[in-house]
Design a protein around this ligand. Structure first.
Ligand SMILES: NC(=O)c1ccc[n+]([C@@H]2O[C@H](COP(=O)([O-])OP(=O)(O)OC[C@H]3O[C@@H](n4cnc5c(N)ncnc54)[C@H](O)[C@@H]3O)[C@@H](O)[C@H]2O)c1
Length: 356
């Protein structure tokens, strides 16, 4: 079993990575939680696939369980679902000493973590992420949120889990597209921080080959994220590196109403466009954008968008909560494995986001 500790000023928590972990999850939780009650938040897809294994393992340890099942998909990161989940958990007469388990993709983790952060002013929660994106990204770092009509993730908090348990064997039931969606973020980690990860991804001969190394890949990504979050928990500096590809990516998701492209697909397009531009501007080493495009295409991710609306894109970037006054931070790479933050005047953004 791989393990990583996230060391924060207020608390430390472990991330465990092991194929088959879900079957022994009760035993693992017993080691770090001495209470009896556990409220599980999951979605109906994950519940159908893994609900029985989870409940069987928890019941063996005599935990008292309440399962709250939400509809799958981004629409569940809403006030309505938050209300439903909150009332169900309060109806279970949960106390501050009890535990919430979020079992699912980023939607369940974000919504469930946010519920945990506000119910009774904070109940401990454990993340059991079940998509690749959730295993390498959203379950680590404590950003939890729901969406507003004004934009994604605008209502939320920083609330760190008590632990993260990652079972890579759960990824076998993901569709090809969902799996590749997560790979978009894996490629991002390689591009900003780890040339070795990047070149390994280029070298795998098949999905089977990649899957043989998936525990290690997840470990590498979580490690990168953990080290970054340790330096900048509240996303005011170094953590912004994780937004490589996201400035344009968020604009694309918004323009296409979160329907045409998945998050990982939008980020892939964003990484490719911004790197082509930074290479043209002489900031990025020649040949880098070609390598990036090669890798993105290898995993069936897109690198361009046929009809990007520049006006809408600029509007989305302006509304991004990370932008301050007339300056904004964009993330570029000098070469593969070397990401950096560049502060630019808002009026210069067009140079970096045009489709070449
Ligand atoms: N908190 C953060 O730091 C952070 C970072 C990145 C993304 N996010 C958020 O994550 C969300 C996207 O997460 P996601 O891509 O996991 O989406 P998701 O949670 O909607 O899951 C995608 C789909 O996969 C299904 N699913 C989950 N696990 C499965 C499995 N093992 N087998 C088969 N199907 C499975 C789900 O039911 C759902 O239909 C977005 O809301 C995004 O804002 C948060």
């Amino acid at each position: 079993m791989h393990s990583i500790t996230v060391n924060l000023t207020s608390n430390n928590y472990p991330i465990y990575i092991d194929s088959g972990l879900l079957e022994h999850i009760g035993d693992q939780i017993k080691k770090i939680y001495k209470g009896k009650k556990i409220a599980i938040i999951t979605d109906s897809n994950v519940d159908k696939l893994y609900g029985n294994i989870l409940e069987t393992s928890l019941s063996k340890e005599n935990f008292i369980i309440k399962k709250v099942v939400i509809a799958p998909g981004e629409k569940s990161k809403s006030f309505d679902t938050l209300k439903y989940v909150s009332e169900e958990i309060l109806g279970f007469e949960i106390t501050r000493g009890d535990l919430i388990l979020t079992v699912g993709g980023g939607v369940v983790g974000d919504l469930g973590g946010f519920a945990a952060s506000i119910l009774l002013r904070g109940i401990s929660f454990i993340q059991i992420p079940t998509t690749l994106l959730a295993q390498i990204d959203s379950s680590v770092g404590g950003k939890v949120a729901i969406n507003s009509a004004k934009g994604k993730n605008l209502i939320g908090s920083f609330y760190q889990p008590k632990a993260v348990f990652i079972d890579p064997s759960l990824l076998k039931t993901l569709s090809e597209r969902q799996f590749n969606d997560g790979l978009g973020e894996v490629i991002k980690y390689g591009a900003i921080k780890d040339e070795n990860l990047f070149s390994n991804l280029l070298q795998y001969e098949s999905k089977e080959d990649l899957l043989k190394n998936i525990d290690e890949i997840i470990y590498t990504c979580c490690n990168i994220k953990a080290r970054i979050v340790e330096q900048d928990e509240k996303d005011l500096g170094e953590r912004m590196l994780l937004n490589f590809g996201h400035t344009i990516g968020h604009g694309i998701e918004k323009q296409f109403n979160y329907e045409t492209f998945t998050h990982g697909e939008s980020v892939s397009i964003g990484m490719c466009i911004i790197t082509k531009n930074s290479e043209r501007l002489g900031i990025t080493e020649k040949g880098t954008s070609e390598l990036l495009e090669k890798l993105v295409k290898k995993y069936n991710l897109p690198c361009t968008v046929p009809d990007m609306n520049m006006e809408q894109m600029l509007k989305a970037i302006k509304l991004d909560k990370k932008n301050i006054n007339d300056a904004l931070n964009i993330i570029l790479i000098k070469k593969i494995g070397c990401g950096f933050i560049k502060n630019i005047a808002a009026s210069d953004i067009k140079k970096y986001i045009q489709c070449l």
